[in-house]
Design a protein around this ligand. Structure first.
Ligand SMILES: [Zn+2]
Length: 252
């Protein structure tokens, strides 16, 4: 069994096809949400397919954008209450200073805190985006009692990577493990029992010419497992088993 622990399933042109292909090779998908619309669609997909688990949350880029309204929090709160039996975790949530710089950062902080409180109250794990705001993200996480925590596609400073490992955070690795030295370093540094695999699909990864043409799909997960095995000098089956055990901590 494999796990794609961070996938924007509802954003594919044909999610059903992705789900069927994943099922055929034994990939369980943790489907994350970026908006209220995503949350509703993700719940539908998880309700209809045993290999899909729903994560609800608002992405910081959505929160910082023009169309966001604070009233959306009441709506997602009601959804969490009503559908809690179908919710496996909270995400994609976090803070971002990369795509939107400091835009609406106060609002990002408020919404992030709202979801961290929900995760704590509902005893759910979280999947976190923190691009260029890693310090603020780690600070906010330290004030909550949440397990497990998955840091998605980490690209922040070295000192915080160490802090994350010391605190027992999981770090999820994407297909960029093949092309990005920084991402490979995360795989080298973080112990195997704190690693996870993800594709962030349908995000497009770089091909050998550096062009973003390769759509992330759960079928890439065995390749990532293989790559981690090579980096760690461990055999495929041992790595696959440990990574599956790590992911199952979200499914208590
Ligand atoms: Zn994502």
């Amino acid at each position: 069994m494999y796990f794609d622990v961070h996938n924007h399933l509802c954003q594919y042109k044909n999610p059903e096809e992705i789900i069927m292909q994943s099922k055929s090779i034994g990939v369980t998908i943790f489907a994350v949400s970026m908006s209220l619309k995503d949350c509703l669609r993700t719940l539908q997909l998880a309700g209809a397919h045993a290999n899909v688990r729903a994560f609800l949350g608002f992405h910081p880029m959505h929160v910082a954008g023009k169309k966001f309204r604070m009233e959306f929090l009441e709506k997602v709160d009601a959804l969490l209450e009503k559908q809690i039996h179908q919710v496996a975790g909270i995400g994609e949530i976090g803070l971002d200073k990369y795509f939107f710089k400091e835009k609406n950062f106060d609002r990002q902080l408020k919404v992030f805190d709202f979801f961290l409180n929900k995760a704590e109250e509902l005893r759910l794990g979280v999947t976190i985006h923190g691009k260029d705001a890693e310090r603020e993200v780690f600070q906010a996480l330290s004030t909550h009692d949440i397990h497990p925590i998955a840091i998605h596609w980490y690209s922040g400073p070295e000192d915080l990577l160490k802090v994350g490992v010391d605190r027992g955070y999981f770090f999820s690795l994407t297909p960029a493990i093949k092309t990005s030295p920084k991402h490979r370093h995360v795989a080298e540094f973080v112990p195997l029992d704190l690693l996870l695999t993800e594709t962030d699909g349908p995000y497009k990864f770089r091909d050998e010419h550096g062009r973003k043409t390769i759509e992330g799909v759960p079928m890439m997960i065995p390749d990532i497992v293989n790559e981690i095995g090579e980096i760690k000098g461990k055999d495929f089956e041992e790595v696959r088993t440990q990574l599956a055990e790590n992911a199952k901590k979200f499914l208590k």
